[in-house]
Ligand binder design. Structure first.
Ligand SMILES: Nc1ncnc2c1ncn2[C@@H]1O[C@H](COP(=O)(O)OP(=O)(O)OP(=O)(O)O)[C@@H](O)[C@H]1O
Ligand SMILES: [Mg+2]
Length: 214
């Protein structure tokens, strides 16, 4: 399954989530982010004598497409898409089996989400397929409980589904990265639980999507 973390808006947690998911799932990351944020974190990981992540940087669109030619369904990989619109980023959306769009639970986020929805909608029309993305509330206040405003807003977008899992703002997410680690490598903690729950949801919904396609 090709799992893509995508949003045309920057700074929503795409790289952070890609990192923790890839470590937890023991899968490679294709990094389409020019800033190469994760290379830096992976270097710290190497310096701390932990098994580095396999981070792939395709040099061209052809190389990117080549990577995913006949991608086996039972092999997982994560694509960290850059926070901007481009042909390559659209291609990543098109070839993905499961797309996650991180968003903060603030009404002001809707402008950014609308823009991304427009991209997904255009791409769906152009490619004549229904591309849907799974909006994940991320970096949420850990004491927040009522997400009804976001639920209602996201419900208005044809190509968006809201994920059940919610990822909170937690120091564990960035502190572990400062040591080149993932939260699932910690003994315990709420951040670890959230990533594990997120993986369960990805696998379950990814399998359902796969069955619907066949
Ligand atoms: N759940 C979270 N808890 C704590 N900090 C978070 C969380 N999610 C994101 N952040 C912080 O928000 C900032 C932006 O995250 P990140 O770099 O992953 O965003 P991005 O979407 O990859 O941005 P870009 O599009 O620029 O690549 C980082 O400082 C990150 O540590
Ligand atoms: Mg990033």
């Amino acid at each position: 399954m090709i799992i893509t973390i995508a949003h045309s808006k920057g700074g929503v947690g795409k790289s952070l989530l890609s990192w923790h998911l890839a470590i937890a799932m023991k899968v490679p990351i294709v990094d389409l982010d020019f800033q190469k944020t994760l290379v830096y974190t992976n270097n710290i990981r190497k310096a701390n004598k932990l098994k580095p992540l396999d981070i792939i940087h395709p040099k061209s669109q052809e190389e990117f497409i080549g990577l995913f030619d006949d991608w086996p369904e039972d092999k997982n990989i994560i694509i960290d898409v850059g926070g901007f619109d481009s042909n390559l980023n659209r291609m990543a959306l098109y070839i993905s089996d499961f797309i996650i769009t991180p968003a903060v639970d603030r009404v002001t986020e809707i402008a950014g989400l609308s823009k991304f929805h427009q991209i997904v909608s255009e791409l769906s029309k152009k490619m004549k397929v229904d591309i849907n993305t799974n909006v994940l509330l991320n970096d949420v206040n850990p004491v927040a409980k009522d997400f009804s405003i976001m639920e209602e807003l996201i419900d208005n977008y044809e190509h968006f589904n809201l994920m059940d899992t919610i990822v909170s703002h937690r120091a564990d997410f960035y502190r572990t990265m400062e040591e080149g680690k993932g939260v699932t490598e910690l003994e315990s903690g709420k951040a670890k639980k959230e990533i594990k729950k997120l993986i369960k949801e990805i696998i379950k919904k990814g399998e359902e999507n796969g069955k619907a396609k066949n």
